[in-house]
Design a protein around this ligand. Structure first.
Ligand code: 6V0
Length: 306
């Protein structure tokens, strides 16, 4: 019997879900791609629109489906739920999105116990933690998009300052995907050489990184392209068993003084999901900020009934 084709399911066909699906489709990442939304008409319309491009792409079977289609899925990406309005923080979305998540995760697990769940909905760290608890899945297979996007923004901005390709910049953001995130300046470098920024330049780059989503939401209502590319990057590392190091959100235990919380940290991602979290030798200031980020999220988690 031929091997089962890889299937990716995207739940939520809003700005993030459709851009992610389109990115996966253009790059022909998997033979089967399913779109699910509570608004079935929207999912159908998006699937139809993308399918009409198939003569130019090919090789992907794509349809608007139901939760039964999760049965054969290898990766289920969840982008469903409320998004930030201008002025709203990611944490402000928690009350709306936690009930949506209880419903969605129960529907997924009715049909599938083996897939990797990749969460993008905000607040992504808390919802990933909630997904772990609701699903009962192994922690390696519940992954949040974490600070992959923030790290990309950070590298882009450093690259722009230095006029160097962002792919050659080694830099990362860790902690909450949100207001308490932090840059790891102590380890940031270009080919092992110091970045040479003064305090004011560092501050400007980090503030622009942290506030990027607010700026984009204010300008165009939502962010979608870069998060879609970030999710595509995570999917590829899983499907191709690459072992790429990506700052996804994962369950941390005894990690830089932090336990029992999901936060963005450098993880080796392969077909098992998060294979390993890399130890980061943070300096004392970074460690304190990281612990503060964890405390903020743990206080929010404590209010939930999980
Ligand atoms: P959107 O464009 O409003 O789309 C949300 C979609 O979810 C809509 O199509 C809804 O119909 C659908 N939906 C709502 N409830 C359900 C349900 N119960 N079951 C299935 N589908 C449902 O939002 P957008 O796509 O802009 O954002 C989605 C989420 O991603 C938000 O929480 C954002 O804050 C979050 N983002 C996360 C990022 C990250 O880095 N992790 C980046 C950008 C946005």
């Amino acid at each position: 019997m031929p091997p089962k084709p890889n299937r990716v399911v995207v739940i939520g066909t809003g700005a993030v879900g459709t851009t992610t699906a389109y990115t996966l489709l253009l790059r022909r990442r998997m033979p089967e791609l399913v779109l699910i939304d509570v608004n079935q008409k929207k999912a159908l319309g998006e699937a139809l629109d993308m399918n009409h491009g198939m003569p130019f792409v090919g090789g992907v079977k794509l349809w608007a489906g139901t939760y039964e289609d999760c049965r054969e899925a290898d990766i289920i990406i969840v982008t469903a739920g409320a998004s930030q309005k201008p002025g709203e923080t990611r944490i402000d979305l928690l009350r709306k999105n936690i009930s949506i998540f209880k419903d969605i995760v129960e529907k997924i697990t009715k049909y599938n116990q083996h897939a990797i769940l990749l969460i993008a909905t905000n607040p992504v760290d808390i919802l990933s933690y909630a997904t772990l608890k609701i699903s009962g899945f192994d922690r390696r297979r519940v992954i949040g998009s974490g600070t992959v996007l923030d790290s990309a923004r950070f590298r882009y901005l450093i690259g722009r300052h230095k006029e160097i390709d962002p792919r050659s910049i080694h830099g990362q953001i860790i902690g909450e995907h949100g207001d308490s995130e932090l840059p790891v300046w102590s380890l940031a470098n270009i080919a092992g050489t110091d970045l040479g920024f003064d305090e004011a330049e560092r501050d400007e780059i980090f503030q622009d990184t942290k506030n990027a989503a607010y700026e984009i939401i204010d300008a165009k209502g939502s962010t979608s392209y870069a998060i879609a590319l970030a999710l595509d990057r995570i999917v590829v590392s899983i499907l191709h068993n690459e072992g790429a190091v990506l700052n996804v959100s994962t369950l941390l235990n005894n990690y830089n003084g932090v336990s029992d919380v999901y936060l963005g940290a450098p993880c080796i991602v392969d077909r098992t999901g998060v294979r390993e979290v890399l130890d980061l030798p943070l300096n004392e200031t970074e460690k304190a900020l990281f612990q503060k980020s964890a405390e903020k999220l743990k206080a929010e988690i404590a209010k939930l009934e999980l």
